[in-house]
Design a binder for this molecule. Sequence first.
Ligand code: ZN
Length: 112
Amino acid sequence: MLLQKYLQTIEKINPNKIYVENVRGFFKVPTFVAKLMCEMAVVDKVFIKKIALICSNEDCNRVIASYNSANEIPEIITCSICELEDKENYIYETRNLDKIEFYQLNTLKNEQ
Ligand SMILES: [Zn+2]
């Protein structure tokens, strides 16, 4: 299967941060196909889906935290980097933050 071929190359990509864009680029398929492949990999327990919250300070834009599902996202979150840098804003309502979905290789399955 093509996805397995992709997984063999994954060492070159961070297996903890697989974006639809990585899959799209590798297989040279449209984004919706790449997204579908990722979702199928989640169903097959090859990938774990994660949701990352992005800091809204323009000069930060870092991933503050990532979660396994939308239900796990707290209402309020602190960007510790912005806090350390004494930014005006560093506590956010998570519903106002950009969220990025990414995937991780399910290493638990590989150990079985
Ligand atoms: Zn920040």
